[in-house]
Write a protein that binds this ligand. Structure first.
Ligand SMILES: [Zn+2]
Length: 294
């Protein structure tokens, strides 16, 4: 029977830990390397809901995208949020392994799975792995750029994105001229704020990522950057779990489950009513206080 070490070896083969960013914390978080593994659960986030899913499914190992313990801790007491999770997993004999930015830069990696949802062609990295870094070369890097099979307006692309990505309460919002024609698209799974300038430099028509903010997004558009599509963080990274599961099913041949629990914090989306439907005593949108910095 495969062991935790066997599963780790397979993940490492595709996503070497050396490819991770320096600030990142990837690898085995807990679990005996010699412990047998029959069943694995792939998740984006290790949170109480996905831990409960793992325990219900009787898995022996969780492979997560986001580190459970990114920053230094001085306690894993069960009275703390993360300490409770650590206790639950150890007591249930469930190992935990993390592949994060090393899976982001890999080819195929997290953003390839996202690009595949749009059928993007002729893929290349949005930000190639830097010279002299362990991940350098062979098309590795953050995000992907590709050509849409057919041009779409930004409004059409936003609807396509909402349908093509895993369903979330928040859906997808877009910034820029809704009629703008999009032929080339950059995508980046997770928070892609820091690659706005790379998307502009690449000359793509639109950039889809998550966690975009008011000021950086507004300034990016005002200075002629590509149109923006903002999906939720989980929805942009969930597609990769299918790729991860597929490679574990192949070798070392463990039963692999994928979590479809939406771990985004956003659970409600209410579109503003059409002006005609607005109640007479509701303030108009332009009566509200101006946005403040921050
Ligand atoms: Zn992420």
């Amino acid at each position: 029977m495969p062991t935790v070490a066997d599963v780790v070896a397979e993940v490492v083969r595709h996503y070497p830990p050396a490819w991770a960013e320096e600030w990142d914390r990837v690898g085995l978080v807990l679990g005996e390397p010699s412990a047998p593994v029959r069943r694995v659960l792939c998740v984006v986030d290790v949170v109480p809901e996905t831990v409960a899913e793992a325990l219900d499914a009787g898995v022996d190992m969780i492979i997560a995208h986001h580190p459970l313990l990114l920053r230094g801790v001085s306690s894993v007491a069960p009275t703390t949020y993360k300490g409770r999770i650590v206790h639950q997993l150890i007591k249930a004999d469930v190992a935990l392994y993390v592949a994060h930015t090393n899976a982001d830069v890999a080819v195929p990696g997290v953003s390839d799975a996202l690009a595949a949802r749009f059928g993007l062609l002729d893929l290349r990295p949005l930000k190639p792995a830097g010279p002299g870094t362990p991940a350098e070369g062979e098309g590795r890097g953050a995000g992907r750029i590709g050509r849409l099979p057919q041009p779409l307006t930004l409004a059409e692309l936003a609807r396509r994105a909402a349908a093509a990505l895993p369903a979330t309460a928040a859906g997808v919002r877009a910034a820029g001229d809704p009629e703008r024609l999009v032929r080339t698209l950059a995508v980046c799974g997770g928070a892609g704020d820091s690659f706005l300038a790379d998307a502009t430099a690449a000359g793509v028509d639109a950039y889809l990522t998550s966690d975009l903010r008011h000021h950086p997004a507004g300034e990016h558009l005002a200075t002629g950057g590509p149109a923006l599509l903002d999906a939720t963080h989980w929805a942009t990274e969930r597609p990769w779990l299918d790729d991860l599961a597929a490679l574990l099913r192949a070798a070392p041949g463990v039963e692999t489950l994928v979590s479809d629990l939406d771990t985004d914090p956003w659970t409600v989306h209410a579109a503003s009513p059409h002006p005609d439907e607005r109640a007479p005593d509701e303030p108009a949108a332009d009566d509200k206080e101006p946005d403040r910095e921050g």
